[in-house]
Design a protein around this ligand. Structure first.
Ligand code: DX5
Ligand code: ZN
Length: 239
């Protein structure tokens, strides 16, 4: 899902202009192969966003890995719809329960699978699933809204997940989401995160592709990795 040694930014379209998503997607296409899609149902979190029809529309404009973060109480009902809409992976919250069954159901559809945990959910809750998922998402804010302040108290959990994954010899990607920008990216990367969701820091920037590049460079440096090539606005501009 992410080559070993790579650090990537997944721009969250939650912070983009929902009336102009195709343009937003195009602005980051040359900077990262990832796009993060926040799905909220007004039950698991106190906010409502988008669902499979919007994923299908995004898919018509993008070849990106559509990383669908399901903040919903009944993900089992919608996995097939997300798959048919063109989702690349679905991440379910461990707090919802039935995680093993959800992971199997998503796999059976051919979807990539992630398991997410809220800031106050301990690492122990997701550790049983680390061998069976492609990514583990440690929320660095309580889910529901973009633009919240990064919670540094989650860093020890990120480090613990990294250690557990390495000790087990797994390739499971550690993803973080919430309050990620150039300042917080090095903190999470040092702790072991390799996929960084960023909404406000990307789409509130007049040049979103450059924001992606800056966050990725800051994270790569902290993770002790080679600096990435500077991003371009679109795939077409790449050599
Ligand atoms: C929060 C969402 C995040 C959010 C991040 O519930 O899961 O993906 O869009 O937004 P920023 O980067 O603004 O914190
Ligand atoms: Zn998210």
């Amino acid at each position: 899902m992410l080559p070993p040694g790579d650090v990537q930014v997944a721009p969250s379209i939650l912070a983009a202009d929902f009336g102009n998503l195709a343009e937003a997607v195009g602005e980051v296409a040359g900077a990262t192969p990832w796009l993060h899609v926040d799905v909220m149902d007004g039950h698991f979190v106190p906010n409502i966003t988008i669902g499979p029809p919007v994923v299908a529309s995004l898919r018509r404009h993008s070849g990106a890995h559509l990383d669908c973060h399901l903040m919903i109480t009944e993900p089992a009902r919608y996995l097939r719809a997300f798959h048919e809409a063109g989702a690349s992976s679905v991440t379910v919250h461990v707090e919802v329960g039935e995680t093993a069954a959800l992971v199997s159901a998503a796999r059976a559809l051919g979807l990539g699978v992630g398991v997410a945990c809220n800031p106050d959910t301990p690492a122990e809750a997701v550790e049983p699933f680390l061998d069976d998922v492609d990514l583990v998402l440690a929320m660095t804010v309580f889910p529901g809204f973009g633009g919240q302040r990064f919670m540094g108290e989650v860093l020890p959990k990120i480090a613990r997940l990294r250690e557990t994954i390495d000790a087990r010899g797994l390739t499971t990607v550690v993803e973080v989401d919430g309050g990620i920008d150039e300042t917080t990216a090095p903190l999470v990367a040092s702790a072991g995160a390799r996929l960084l969701v960023a909404g406000s820091a990307v789409f509130r920037d007049p040049r979103p592709w450059e924001a992606v590049g800056r966050i990725r460079s800051a994270a790569s440096a902290a993770a002790g990795m080679r600096a990435a090539a500077p991003p371009t606005r679109s795939r077409e501009e790449q050599p």
